[in-house]
Unconditional design. Structure first.
Lengths: 462, 462
């Protein structure tokens, strides 16, 4: 005899909650914040005691109310705890700033987080759903250098004249890096630098990840023309040859490349991303190239909703800080629909993958309790099965897919012990009841022929 | 009664040749040089007197033999004449340099050409074949700023220390552009500039092209983060608003954008290129973004073989210099097959589009004789019809497609007056004769039963 759902539900919400390992939870904005609250209420809180989580509100309102103190508090807490989940946030335009009555236009949190956590790399990988093909068949892993490049540039808008860039070493030696004449009336002059010390850490992270997933790694640069990028490649190559080459060779992952690590020119990489539609490759690239190429991958793999995003940093004591987020934004148009009473069907997979990643990293920092990973593995599996059996959201299951709220309920009930069949039956009962209530215009709990005819007529008029 | 082919052939090769307007013809290397020679022998020389064309050999051998004098001669001639066709060339790697016994490793001709011709923009558009879908349904036009960006950067590989970039104006005023501390042990410091004076010319070229083809234009930058790119956008916007806005609005091309020119962030553009698979859009971008995005477009549109490439420059007297080339390389693997006696099937469309472009521009500089454009229009149309009716090369027509030489012959015969049906009949006769000759082992012009059986047995053994 099956246990009753009620009993299980009590069990889950009762004394037996698991202790969620300490984690930073950054709240954001709009549709994604609403959906994440549903997820917490239905999927996490019934099973975990999250009293050790620290919450920070990085919505525009939250930042403005605290004069952005909440931003630096979140970074500090992230450094202490080492595991961070972040919802999508809004970086307000000038128009939004005025509309929201903000004191100033707050910048993207990315810069502060990368700096505060000594950002090494942003890993962005394809999400795969068993039994359902999105874009690539096999995983695509990406490592984007989290620092350097034009993001940290200074510039001048200049007329005719001469420009000189000089370097003064710690012991006072002076060296001229660049001298150029500007002959146009209008010029933009740009200086930036790539700090390269942490490329070794990036390399280890990339090559160990690719090896674990049986993926062929490529290092992507434009070094044939941008000669200073040779150094990124050479560091990657050194780490590979010293620590990974033998294992990769043993795994047969170098069979197609004469036993050597492959370099790929960045513009050729834009082509490979489309051509290699089977997936099964990894790319590591500089900051801006990574920005461009990961967005291209996300579109090829259906949408940014199916790409992970993890910022890897390093605390001074060597502990790896990991911040997980979805690759998509706050889904403003769905939020508008929701507020206008229009049904939505938000796919939470990207955010939930981030939550799972953060919880698992938090767990690993606290001694790896299997009960936590058992739960996250089960959660992922339930979502995949729902998506693959037509019980997912409408982006994947079409017009008959579930609404935001129905989907959260369907998975939540299974986490609390219902079988998929039971949860589906309950869902069907609920949506049928909704239709019934619409037809039963006199609310007497019964449909007369007149009521059904009135409905049919209304349908015809539409 | 149809005219006999022989008569037409004499007519074409006789006194009635058209005078080809003066043009620079840059020869390259490998398969593309071989195929272009076939094209010249069969398609152009029978109909044109090309004695006013100036030829330059930019093969590695040609550059080495002349100590690269041929490179500067070609640039000078291009400046004089204003219309240039260029075959793909090889930029030798160190390995190739040694193998070929070159005195030095010659760089890509691109830099010298862009500088010598005051390069403004490289236009790269999709090629479309009537009756055959490649990638995009409607044209995609691209304008890549031909100067500026990291291609002209200087850099230093540096340890800890400080970096300072200063500008000295023509009248001696000094201004600090950038000051930064390097805290890593290893850093790459980069300075470059974007000369912006010719963006006005780029804008006119782009907007007039898009308008002519009824295409929605987008300006692509990363100006939200790379603030110095605002200037490129503002110049484009000014030219658009002053000279084109009304005409675009009248054509209905601004209906989807509230009547305004659209800006697109570069990383979002990598997604649009895949999402907007119907085509019908144009993009104008900075140099490196253009490099990346045009390669992505070329892959989405099947291959670089179906993308044009035209460098637009400007002579001091205001005459527009145009250099046309294919977007693909020298097709080294096919060249190896050819040299090993293996049949090839090279699609010359990309190169022939470039040749047509150069001939038409040369013609326009000389007073626009309609006989020239009648010929080029007919040539393009014959190629398209062949590709769409299974008489094209194997990249488009599969295994039953024609070889490199068969295809050139098939089109050449039609240019000389044969109908498509006659040319096809002749082609079938020729390939049947080849098979017959193989079977007729005693070369007596007749097949005996034994000969056919011997052949059947050989087939079975394979």
């Amino acid at each position: 005899v099956k246990q009753s759902t009620a009993a299980l539900s009590v069990q889950a919400s009762g004394m037996k909650k698991m202790a969620a390992p300490p984690m930073v939870f950054i709240k954001g904005e709009e549709m994604t914040r609403y959906a994440m609250q549903l997820v917490m209420d239905n999927w996490i809180d019934p099973h975990f005691d999250t009293s050790k989580w620290k919450y920070f509100d990085l919505s525009c309102r939250g930042r403005d109310d605290s004069d952005d103190q909440v931003m630096s508090d979140a970074v500090e807490a992230g450094k202490d705890i080492g595991a961070i989940f972040k919802e999508p946030t809004v970086t307000p335009t000038e128009i939004q700033r005025v509309k929201l009555g903000l004191k100033r236009a707050y910048g993207s949190p990315n810069g502060a987080m990368r700096k505060g956590w000594n950002g090494i790399t942003i890993s962005r990988d394809t999400i795969h759903i068993e039994g359902l093909r999105l874009g690539y068949n096999k995983p695509v892993l990406f490592e984007r250098h989290a620092v350097g490049g034009e993001y940290g540039a200074s510039f001048g808008m200049l007329g005719k004249g001469s420009v000189k860039t000089t370097f003064t070493s710690a012991d006072g030696e002076v060296k001229v890096i660049d001298e150029r004449e500007l002959t146009d009336e209008s010029n933009a002059v740009v200086t930036y630098h790539n700090p390269l010390d942490n490329v070794v850490d990036l390399a280890h992270h990339f090559f160990s990840r690719c090896l674990e997933q049986n993926i062929v790694p490529y290092v992507v640069t434009k070094k044939t023309v941008f000669k200073w990028q040779e150094s990124f490649w050479l560091t990657m190559l050194d780490v590979f040859n010293e620590h990974y080459k033998t294992q990769y060779a043993d795994a047969g992952l170098l069979d197609g490349s004469g036993g050597e690590l492959q370099h790929l020119i960045s513009d050729a990489a834009t082509m490979s991303i489309i051509r290699w539609s089977e997936g099964g490759f990894g790319m590591a690239a500089h900051n801006y190239d990574g920005d461009m190429l990961t967005d291209e991958i996300s579109q090829f793999h259906k949408s940014p909703g199916f790409i992970t995003s993890c910022l890897l940093g390093k605390r001074d004591d060597g502990v790896m800080i990991k911040e997980f987020e979805a690759s998509h934004g706050t889904v403003a148009d769905m939020w508008e629909d929701h507020n206008n009473g229009i049904e939505t069907s938000f796919n939470p997979l990207g955010m939930v993958e981030a939550l799972i990643g953060a919880m698992e990293h938090a767990n690993s920092l606290q001694g790896d309790r299997p009960e936590v990973t058992n739960f996250t593995t089960n959660l992922r599996s339930l979502i995949h099965k729902a998506m693959a059996t037509g019980m997912g959201t409408r982006d994947l299951c079409g017009a008959t897919g579930l609404t935001t709220e129905e989907f959260v309920a369907y998975i939540g009930r299974q986490l609390s012990g219902m079988t998929a069949a039971e949860a589906k039956e309950l869902y069907l009962k609920e949506i049928t009841a909704k239709v019934f209530d619409t037809l039963d215009t006199d609310n007497d709990g019964k449909l007369t022929l007149d009521e059904v005819v009135a409905f049919t007529k209304r349908c015809k008029d539409l």
